[in-house]
Design a binder for this molecule. Structure first.
Ligand code: SF4
Length: 319
């Protein structure tokens, strides 16, 4: 269905860093980097299954900037701006809308401190690495000082979008004193995003002892190909990044042109099993629309009715 009304995105503007713009091949009408970041008329096509808040953040937000969906962890969104605006963003209605103020940050810290069941705080947004290193260090140090917080996880696109911003000061900000585990989850969707500059930035983080994970969004016309995914996941492992999640695309408004079916995603994941080392295999997950949570939706190998298991080459074995 086509709707002439423009998507009510929190950011309608196109934003692309010079580092990513340099990766675009202007001679390729289907360039996978351009497709992710250059605005397209297809975003004006709204379909009935589109959602303003596809993963239900609002329903699980007890106070501004906090999303508390699972018992042992909480999301904190200190800043809603990003170095780039991904056209498929699942929070495209929110990104671009500023940052939490000091009172809001203090309220969020008090919320975490008052709940001993919270073991992990996930800094997301927006991109938390948009904060100045001094502000990021203060936030991570404050979280690390809460005794029951065992882990701070930071979700970011920065090492790829603007590698020069991974400075020694920013790396130090990710290493609180006294020490507490800070993990970084890097968003990467196509092997070409791992430019020499991005790899050098990732090495600065890995050399500092920061554990690195990746998140990839499965996107039609960008990486919906087993060969592209294999090349990406192998490159991530070479750069000391454990592929963590492969996300089925969310139903954000104006992003139908990026979406593919679950069956197609499962077939791609199955094609990688056997031909790609287990270290490089992420979990294929779906965020159930509306906020019911994230679940694995990868291929099945076990047929309970028949009592048989399928091997990576498609042969069946009784077990
Ligand atoms: S970096 Fe993340 S939050 Fe920012 S626009 Fe891209 S997907 Fe959205």
């Amino acid at each position: 269905m086509t709707n002439s009304k423009a998507p009510t995105a929190g950011r309608d503007q196109q934003l692309l860093t010079p580092a990513l713009a340099a990766l675009i091949d202007p001679t390729d009408a289907n360039d996978p980097i351009a497709r992710q970041f250059v605005a397209s008329a297809a975003e004006l096509d709204l379909v009935p299954e589109d959602l303003a808040d596809p993963i239900g953040d609002e329903s699980y937000s007890p106070l501004k900037g906090v999303v508390h969906r699972y018992p042992d962890r909480v999301l904190l969104k200190p800043v809603l701006v990003c170095p780039v605006y991904c056209r498929f963003c699942f929070r495209r209605e929110q990104v671009g809308k500023g940052a939490m103020n000091p009172a809001e940050i203090a309220a969020a810290l008090a919320y975490v401190a008052a709940r001993p069941e919270l073991r992990e705080v996930i800094l997301t947004g927006g991109d938390p690495l948009m904060l100045a290193p001094r502000r990021l260090a203060a936030l991570i140090t404050a979280l690390a000082a809460i005794p029951h917080v065992e882990l701070v996880r930071v979700h970011t696109r920065m090492p790829i979008a603007d590698p020069a911003r991974i400075t020694p000061a920013l790396v130090r900000a990710l290493r609180p004193k006294p020490a507490k585990a800070v993990w970084l989850a890097v968003h990467a969707n196509h092997p070409r995003e791992l430019s020499p500059e991005a790899c050098a930035a990732l090495a600065r983080l890995a050399d500092a002892g920061i554990p690195l994970l990746s998140q990839t969004v499965l996107l039609k016309g960008v990486n919906d190909d087993a060969g592209v995914l294999e090349t990406l996941f192998r490159a991530l492992v070479r750069n000391r990044i454990k592929p963590y999640y492969l996300h089925h695309p969310d139903r954000a408004r104006g992003t139908a042109h990026f979406r593919l079916g679950l069956a197609e995603g499962r077939a791609l994941v199955k094609a990688l099993r056997g031909r790609l080392t287990g270290i490089a295999q992420p979990t294929y997950v779906l965020d159930i629309p509306g906020g019911a949570g994230k679940v694995p939706v990868g291929a099945d190998y076990w047929d309970e009715g028949e009592g048989v298991v399928e091997d990576p080459d498609g042969g069946w074995h009784r077990y």
